[in-house]
Design a protein around this ligand. Structure first.
Ligand code: CP
Length: 352
């Protein structure tokens, strides 16, 4: 059985295949209307969502399947103290595939260790969001026609922005991709993302000056400052308007620039950018439905195939100190490490 926990669970060839199917669905929707008749998607959203949950729902309904689930942990037995593992064991019995979003990093890995159906990570804390990346890659392929050789500016909350972490890990596999990391120092990209996906693999520069960076970019990927991840509300207030893109700031941008944003936006893109032909963020969100249709078809077809990701071993000398990691709060979870890294959140563990 295959899962999608991390975008690197899929090879670049498999991603190309998903993009081809998504493009075919866009061209020939009638061909796909009944292909999941009798199948059920479980959507377990322990955190708010508009695009991801509704595009998954729309995707399964557009394939002829049905959807069950919850959009709020408070309306599930989580509110009574049930673990993620027990919740997922149960929903595995009621559905054929599960998409889950959880505020704790590593929750989808814990789920995949007990599930009997494929698990899709629909966002885990400030860690990864691989189905947003599939959406981003479909958008880039349709708007830029290629992945190789692009200069990609990622701007805003690079610390907690899970969409950025997954996008960087995916794009760093292509040839000649350069990243410009545009953030305040307090919201810089975490070390594990730099070490795993950039250092020694991909050219990148850190440049906090958005306007100076814009003329060099093929893609500008704006992100929201993630208020819900801040432990200090005053720090959020200080940083929330660090970057506001508007039409005036685009005057020296390339005519071929693609402006992307995973959405929701707060203040970081002024509405005066929306009519710019280079603003693709609403198309990007719409494409999410088609790539998620392709993903559901792919994962339902790979039942019976061994997942490559289940790994890690216990090490009583190590401790994950990431306060946002599920392994620190979930009862009965095996604390697993690969080398010195926690397998749930990818952060370096400390020796006790
Ligand atoms: N891009 C994204 O994940 O949006 P939602 O939070 O609305 O699902």
């Amino acid at each position: 059985m295959r899962n999608l926990i991390d975008i690197l669970d899929f090879s670049t060839e498999e991603i190309d295949g998903l993009i081809s199917v998504a493009n075919d669905i866009i061209e020939n929707p009638d061909k796909y209307r009944e292909v999941c008749r009798g199948k059920i998607l479980g959507t377990l959203f322990f955190e708010p969502s508009t695009r991801t949950r509704l595009s998954f729902t729309s995707a399964m309904m557009s394939l002829g399947g049905a959807v069950l689930g919850f959009d709020n942990a408070a309306s599930s037995s989580t509110a009574k103290g049930e673990t993620v593992a027990d919740t997922v064991r149960m929903v595995s019995a009621y559905s054929d595939i599960i998409a889950m979003r959880h505020p704790k990093e590593g929750a989808p890995i814990a789920a995949s260790r007990v599930a009997t159906v494929p698990i899709i990570n629909a966002g885990d804390g400030g860690h990864f969001h691989p189905t947003q990346t599939l959406t981003d890659l479909l958008t880039i392929k349709r708007k830029c026609g290629k992945f190789d050789g692009l200069t990609v500016g990622v701007c805003g909350d690079l610390k907690y922005g899970r969409t950025v972490h997954s996008l960087i890990s995916a794009m760093s596999r292509y040839t000649g991709v350069k990243f410009v990391l545009i953030s305040p120092a307090e919201l810089a990209l975490p070390d594990y993302v730099k070490e795993d996906f950039l250092d020694g693999r991909c050219e990148y520069v850190e440049n906090p000056d958005l306007e100076a960076a814009i003329p060099t970019l093929d893609i500008l990927y704006m992100t929201r400052i993630q208020r819900e991840r801040f432990s200090d509300p005053e720090e959020y207030e200080r940083l929330k308007d660090s970057y506001i893109l508007n039409a005036a700031k685009l005057k020296n941008a390339k005519p071929t620039l693609s402006i992307l944003h995973p959405l929701p936006r707060v203040n970081e893109i002024d509405v005066d950018v929306d009519d710019d032909p280079r603003a693709h963020y609403f198309d990007q969100a719409a494409f999410g439905r088609y790539i998620r249709m392709a993903l559901i078809l792919f994962l339902l077809d790979t039942k019976g195939v061994d997942d490559r990701r289940i790994s890690g071993s216990e090490n009583p000398e190590l401790e994950c100190t990431n306060p946002h990691c599920l392994s620190r709060t979930e009862r009965g979870i095996k604390k697993l490490f690969e080398g010195e890294k926690c397998i749930y959140c990818d952060q370096r563990a400390i020796r006790k």
